[in-house]
Design a protein around this ligand. Sequence first.
Ligand code: ADP
Ligand code: MG
Length: 302
Amino acid sequence: ATMPPLLSAIANAGRHGVLVKSAVVMERLAQVDIVALDKTGTLTEGTPRVTDVRPLPGSGLEREPDEDGLLALAAAAEHPSEHPLARALLEAARERGLTLSAAEDFTSMPGVGVTAVVDGRVVVVGAPERLLGGAGVPTDSATRLLIEEVEASGRTAVLVVADNVPVGVLGLADRLRPGAADTVAALTELTGTAPVLLTGDNPRAAARLAAEVGIEDVRAGLLPQQKLDTVREWEAAGRRVMVVGDGVNDAPALAASHTGVAMGRAGSDLALETADAVIVRDELATVPAVIALSRRAGRLVA
Ligand code: ADP
Ligand code: MG
């Protein structure tokens, strides 16, 4: 017996490395007219490296951390986290042969960072813009300057706070996935609209990366809820949005989109469960490929 076109398209997508979860999804893929790409772990490989370890002097703490102390404190707090930045901090601590204290009362705040009690101190590690000011951590110019210095080069700055005092800044850099620029170009041609970058990272790092891949529309500093709101707005305006993401922070947007696509290898469990399709081998080029495939299948069905 011959397979119905949609099912054979699903099998075909599988051979291309995309797990399409249903025939309905296969049909929806053909209708996508705008693609929103996440940055960390989607356009980038999601294996950032620590580039800067910068303790802040004058924190007034009894045990003011040096470089190794700062990294050890942050890595200990991040130990239970599955975020790519957390894994990078743990890897850097391992390379330096640092011994990590246990983390207690760990909480993850998607799109913001983590908090845990380490050596009796409440440690927060996360996005500087989110932790400073509003949350009650005092802002001083030395901290601000250090953050700007790290972010100016397009890196991601992460602030480390101990007992409500900023104790240092860590810089992280990630590599673009191979073929990212080609994928952006292919998606523009297929959908008639240039893809948009949705990221929780800082505007400087986002703009630098967007320029490298040819994306002009950049929405940075977004919380998970704001990624969701952006997708909802487009959907309400009649667009059919594909969201491509990997993180817990992308899950609400993946769920609300016309078709949600998760990066399989780097992806968090929540993203994989929420998505309609999974890029199994983490090759970005399969995103435009599966849209093209679904359109061919659609023509066969019609
Ligand atoms: P993206 O949208 O680029 O995938 P996220 O929404 O996961 O990024 O994170 C946005 C920002 O929040 C990061 O750039 C970082 O500053 C901060 N952040 C999120 N999770 C963590 C974490 N586990 N440790 C440190 N910082 C974090
Ligand atoms: Mg991500």
